[in-house]
Design a protein around this ligand. Structure first.
Ligand SMILES: [Zn+2]
Length: 176
């Protein structure tokens, strides 16, 4: 970004925020040569960070992928598509405003997971079970347990989720 006063090419960003409903990003910059401050508008979609996959590959942020992942988790749940679109908007804004050039895919997944937790508990558990690739059913129940606890619901203590790895085995011959 060329300084309007001295045409120097290098500047530092002093503030970043989204504008025009998230379609643009407004930046305050300061020229590294003369110190003049100026404002630029950049297209938000060019400003999204690259997503770093588990194997180290980088790929462009894919909003469609995020929305379809959420849709799968929300299948047959009373969650309007508009809510998911709005969530994706928020995610894009958060990413753009972070100013980061790269983000780990794990972090994107966790961000989405946190939002789904507020939107729909079932969708959250579904998404988490795919996203976290739970190693065993115990890990899955731990996630479920912590979600329910936040809502003040306790799972019975004898459900899986114990250090032995937990298996779905009826206890006490099925009589209560
Ligand atoms: Zn300058």
């Amino acid at each position: 970004m060329r300084c309007p006063a001295c045409a120097h090419e290098e500047s530092k960003v002093v503030d970043s925020r989204t504008a025009r409903d998230g379609a643009a990003i407004r930046r305050r910059r300061e020229c590294l040569q003369c110190g003049r401050r100026f404002t630029t508008y950049e297209r938000a979609e060019d400003e999204l960070p690259l997503v770093v996959k588990k194997d180290g590959r980088r790929e462009p942020f894919d909003r469609h992928k995020v929305v379809s992942g959420m849709r799968r988790a929300c299948e047959k749940r009373p969650v309007p598509l508009a809510v998911l679109e709005r969530t994706a908007d928020q995610l894009e804004r958060t990413l753009v405003e972070s100013g980061d050039r790269e983000i780990e895919s794990r972090k994107v997944g966790e961000w989405v997971m946190e939002r789904l937790r507020e939107i729909d508990g079932v969708a959250y558990v579904r998404f988490a079970s795919v996203y976290r690739e739970f190693k065993d059913v115990g890990e899955f129940f731990e996630a479920l347990r912590s979600m329910l606890e936040r809502r003040g619901i306790a799972l019975p203590a004898d459900l899986p989720g114990r250090p032995d790895g937990g298996r779905f085995e009826p206890r006490g011959g099925g009589t209560r």
